[in-house]
Each structure stands twice: as C-alpha cells, then as structure tokens.
Write a protein that binds this ligand. Structure first.
Ligand SMILES: Cc1cc2nc3c(=O)[nH]c(=O)nc-3n(C[C@H](O)[C@H](O)[C@H](O)COP(=O)(O)OP(=O)(O)OC[C@H]3O[C@@H](n4cnc5c(N)ncnc54)[C@H](O)[C@@H]3O)c2cc1C
Length: 376
C-alpha cells in the first residue's frame, strides 16, 4: 500500500487549507507549527477585558463573494458582515477618510465639492498628469499631486518600507484606489466580513478532522522528510537552502499595546500621516465580532515597521525589487529539483498575499497535488 502520509509545515491559512483538502481526500496529514498557536499571522484571542485581539495586526477578510475561497471558508464559520473603514490623522488633529475620496479633498482643502464630476475636475487639477509613472512615488504624484502625496503617502510609505517611495516598484502604490465619490470603505470587494467567532475558531474547525494530526511548538527539521510521501513547506525558502544565494529581504512589524479609556476612535484603524515611528493604531473593541467588553479601558495596538533584523523570525512583508526577485528565482529553480517538497504560503512563495487569494492559491496547490498523485 502506498504511503499516503504528508507533512505540512505551518498552520496558517496556506498550510491549513492544504491540510483540510488532503485529509478529506484520504491522506494522513501531520501539520506542525513552531509557534504555540494555530492560525499563523491571522491568530486572534480574547483578552481579559473580553476584547478580540489579532496578535499580528488587524486582519480584514475581503474578496470576491463567488470565489472558491469564500465557499470553502464558509463551511467552517458563520460571518459577521463588516466593511472596513480607515481614517487618517491630520496635523491639526482632525481625521479624514482613507483611501482619498470626495470628503477627504473637502477636509484637506477646506472646500465644498458638489458632486463626483466637480470632485474629479478638482483632483485632475492637482495631478501631475504629464508623468509616465515608473515607481510608487511617481504614481502617487500622477494620481494625487504633490500636496496629497506629501500628506498621505510619502511619510507613511517611508515609515512602512524604510525607503524613499521612489525606490519602490509601482505595484506597491497601485494598491491604493483613487476615488471621487463618497465611498469610504477601505476595500472595494463584494465580500467583506469577519469570522463571527474569530479566526482561531475558524482554524480549529478547519483542522478538526480525524486524519489531521496537529503538533505545536515543533520546528521543522530536514530529517523529517524521509517519513513522508510529500512535504508542504510554508517556511522561508532561503532558510531551507541555508541562504546559499543570499537572504531574501522582508519588512517586519513590532506591535505595541496601550490601554486607554479615551472616547471611541472615529474608525477602528487610524493611520498616522506624520513622520513619527507609528504607522497605524487599532481599537479592537470597534470590530463588530468583538464580544461585549468588560470595562471601558480599551486596548489599542500601535504598529512600528522595522527591518527584520530588529525582529528576527517575524517575516511579514516580502520586499520585491530587481535583486530580490532574481534571488528568489534561483531558490525556486533549486526547489523544483526536489519533487518531494512544495513551497507554499507567503514566505515559501516570497509573495505578499491577502487571506482570500492565499486560500484560492492553496486550494489550487492541493488540487494539483491530488491530480498528480492520481496520475502516478
Ligand atoms: C500585519 C499584517 C496584516 C495583514 N492584514 C491582512 C488583512 O487585513 N487582510 C488580508 O486578507 N490579509 C492580511 N494579511 C495577510 C495574511 O496574514 C496572509 O494572507 C496569511 O497570513 C498567509 O498565510 P500563510 O499560511 O502563508 O502564512 P502565515 O500566516 O505566516 O503562517 C505560516 C506559519 O508557518 C510557521 N512556520 C514558519 N516556519 C516554520 C518552521 N521552520 N517550522 C514550523 N513552523 C514554521 C509560522 O510559525 C506560521 O505560523 C496581513 C499580514 C500581515 C503581516
């Protein structure tokens, strides 16, 4: 009888998705994680004040309501509808909607814009239209002009990535929508929600299968490979190969928790536009799947972006540039030579992926594996 045992390293969305699909198709699945909890970076918990905290920063689920990912996840959770809102803190203490919309322009320029047509005309006058953007800074100027770029994007992007936005490829800036209506939602997607009992509960349900065996506090070692038909590695690809082609660059985050009995923030997440170290703060009690809090001393999490050397092992945002793409390609070529392993997840694929695309990609990886296995 064929060995139908697979090892999955990493119990985040990538690993857990593969684990569930393979278990449902008759494979024995061992899944390990070096952390003491499931859920990867989407892990959440309830604190002593009954607030639901996302340990690794606010995670808002958004995507296409017809996607395979949403259908798949809906088997394991009920949803609390939630359209995320973010406001930016201006120098004078006022907050204003982000992404920029009609109201943001009115707040910043202290004007009244009658309708979308007038707003578009006003924004057009600000834009540096003659540019043919080749980097994120030029794209900001092209879309929003000098003043808005200086307020909302240059200081924030510099803090976030630790480099001048001129050095960032255009893809980073193109994630920010340009709006001339009153839409103040952070995302445009047709499905926006939070798991009603949180992400950790969703992960528990996904992992609850007789063919899935979970072990936490367990670090991957290469010797483990020989016991399995196949190994799925949601781990940094450069580390697996002992950094033989160099280190892939990542940006990390340090989370600082503060307690405050201040009045409610104007949105669950406030972005800081100044040059000070924080990029944003989150008031957890304002997310609608937070249970009723016990006291009015609320928890706020502040984020400080740092070089990964200052926060070793906490890989958050892969930094894509010409050099890092070249290095990644070399690792990928090496990985392809070993048919027993598949690199997955953000760090295995060296790619920033939101949760819904992450599940779609890994449903695909699981399917490809099943097809290959059947064909052999
Ligand atoms: C700050 C932040 C905010 C985000 N906000 C959003 C959001 O609002 N909306 C959204 O859609 N997405 C968001 N994301 C993206 C989301 O976190 C990812 O889509 C998701 O985490 C990808 O899952 P993953 O399994 O690839 O990685 P991870 O969640 O990182 O899981 C990988 C797991 O592998 C384990 N591991 C690694 N190496 C080893 C080893 N050698 N041995 C054992 N275990 C190992 C790690 O401990 C980790 O638990 C955010 C990401 C970050 C960093």
């Amino acid at each position: 009888m064929k060995n139908r045992k697979v090892l999955i390293v990493g119990a985040g969305f990538a690993g857990t998705t593969i684990a569930r699909v393979l278990a449902e198709n008759g494979f024995e699945v061992d899944i390990i994680d070096k952390r003491n909890h499931i859920g990867g970076n989407a892990f959440d918990f309830i604190n002593t004040n009954n607030e639901r905290i996302h340990k690794y920063g606010p995670h808002l689920l958004h995507g296409d309501k017809h996607s395979k990912a949403i259908t798949f996840l809906s088997r394991f959770t009920k949803w609390t509808n939630y359209e995320h809102k973010v406001r930016a803190l201006l120098k004078d203490g006022r907050t204003t909607p982000l992404p920029i919309n009609r109201k943001t322009l009115e707040d910043v320029f202290q004007i009244k814009l009658k309708n979308e047509f007038e707003t578009k005309k006003f924004l057009d006058q600000l834009r540096v239209k003659e540019l043919n953007p080749k980097n994120t800074d030029e794209l900001f100027l092209f879309n929003f002009g000098e003043k808005l770029t200086n307020i909302f994007f240059r200081p924030y992007t510099e803090k976030m990535w630790g480099v001048d936005p001129k050095e960032l490829e255009i893809g980073i800036g193109s994630r920010i929508p340009v709006r001339t209506n009153d839409d103040d939602r952070y995302f445009n997607d047709s499905f926006q929600a939070l798991p009603d009992k949180g992400y950790t509960s969703l992960f528990k349900n996904m992992l609850s299968h007789q063919k899935i065996n979970l072990e936490l506090n367990k670090e991957f070692e290469k010797e483990m490979e020989s016991n399995y038909l196949h190994v799925f590695l949601c781990t940094p690809i450069d580390s697996y190969f002992n950094f033989c082609f160099g280190t892939l660059p990542y940006r990390s985050l340090i989370f600082e928790e503060k307690k405050d009995s201040l009045r409610k923030l104007s949105a669950p997440v406030i972005n800081f536009t100044d040059k000070f170290k924080y990029t944003r703060k989150t008031q957890w009690s304002l997310l609608p799947n937070c249970p009723e809090v016990k006291s009015n001393t609320f928890t706020f999490t502040y984020e400080i972006p740092v070089d990964i050397k200052k926060n070793p092992g906490e890989y958050y945002y892969p930094i894509h540039n010409f050099q890092s793409k070249k290095i990644y390609q070399k690792y990928l070529n090496l990985a392809k030579q070993n048919k027993k392993i598949t690199f997955c997840g953000r760090t295995g694929l060296f790619r920033y992926i939101d949760m819904v695309p992450c599940i779609n990609i890994h449903l695909g990886i699981a399917k490809k594996f099943l097809n290959k296995f059947k064909a052999e």
